[in-house]
Write a protein that binds this ligand. Structure first.
Ligand code: FES
Length: 64
């Protein structure tokens, strides 16, 4: 099984690379609704705004 990277909010159909254009997680969520549906992407989105990276292993060790 190949390793899948988490690189988008599936619920709103936006990649982390697109969402990175916003200043913060809160602004991205206000503008697009990302992270407000299943919330599965929220820890990755927060890590994205901390690190500037736009793709993460599903079990990234930096996740809370
Ligand atoms: S994947 Fe982002 S809210 Fe569901």
């Amino acid at each position: 099984m190949s390793e899948e990277l988490v690189n988008r909010c599936e619920c709103v159909g936006r990649t982390f690379a697109q969402l990175k254009a916003y200043e913060s997680f809160e602004q991205a969520q206000q503008a697009t609704g990302c992270g407000a549906e299943c919330e599965g992407c929220v820890p990755y989105l927060k890590l994205m705004f901390q690190t500037g990276e736009t793709a993460f292993a599903i079990d990234d060790p930096r996740l809370p």
